[in-house]
Design a protein around this ligand. Sequence first.
Ligand code: NAD
Ligand code: UDP
Length: 307
Amino acid sequence: VLYEENPEASRRSNVAGKVPLGVKGKSLRILVTGGAGFVGSHLVDRLIGRGDSVIVVDNFFTGRKENLVHHFGDPRFELIRHDVVEPILLEVDQIYHLACPASPVHYKFNPVKTIKTNVVGTLNMLGLAKRVGARFLLTSTSEVYGDPLQHPQVETYWGNVNPIGVRSCYDEGKRTAETLTMDYHRGLGIEVRIARIFNTYGPRMCIDDGRVVSNFVAQALRKEPLTVYGEFTMLELAEVVQETIDPNAKIEFRPNTEDDPHKRKPDISKAKQLLGWEPTVSLRKGLPLMVSDFRQRIFGEQKMGGA
Ligand code: NAD
Ligand code: UDP
């Protein structure tokens, strides 16, 4: 759950001709680190839409300016090329700290950098929160549960993580980021939130980030076989992608990657009860949104490349 839903604010922002005023009628100054990425850029759309001022800090490792170009020229929007591993001085009311590569291909590319981003980057952003008294949200991950021994996973489950494996830079990095967040909360009174996001898909995902939904969609569009690694349930997903894009798309079985968790499923009772949140977009409705975005980017890019 990335932000608290406020029906009153969304209602106000829909009044024609009126400038939306943000949550509770007050326009907030919000920092979104990693705001040029997949999840971050959608969050920025939502915050700008409800009337807040947004500063995005991003080093463009996996993010793209194209994801934010529609906000360029808006006086309430600012984009800063900056690496969160280095400190930065800004004045803001809230911080959404997303900066970190999310897909295994990207976070394994330079594991030490991934750890630095998670540990030093999170420390810097918590330091900023402390200095200006801002509320802080960390986007953590289902990876903190590792290869879980408990199903479905509740927030109180501590996980089963390999500390020295090829995914540890991300898993343990995020676990340390969570620890830092809670220590700044307990020790220094910073108001914090931690969202453990599970595998998310949608428009603006990196096309070749190696994750399952983006792989299957790009493969079906490019008339390549859909690569199912070991897991049976992935086959069901592959079949929905086939149905949506190309019934003749081939499916190819491949061995699993190292340390890949066998099974994960969140228990969302707490999110439902406390935040009134639950997923509302089914796979069959969500996939076509992503397919049209990928189709445009894959075939658009090919045309440009061939010109
Ligand atoms: P993404 O790779 O699209 O976005 C990450 C953004 O952070 C990119 O714009 C990248 O350029 C930026 N970034 C990376 N390192 C940085 C650094 N050192 N300094 C400044 N910017 C940096 O990934 P996403 O899917 O949008 O994920 C966003 C957040 O959500 C991440 O923290 C990720 O761990 C978390 N998350 C995502 C998923 C998912 O399924 N997408 C699942 C669990 C957690
Ligand atoms: N997977 C797959 N084919 C692919 C890519 C991934 O079958 O082309 C499987 C992978 O083995 C894992 C699941 O999809 O069981 C989710 O993997 P992904 O890399 O998307 O996410 P993460 O491991 O980060 O949760």
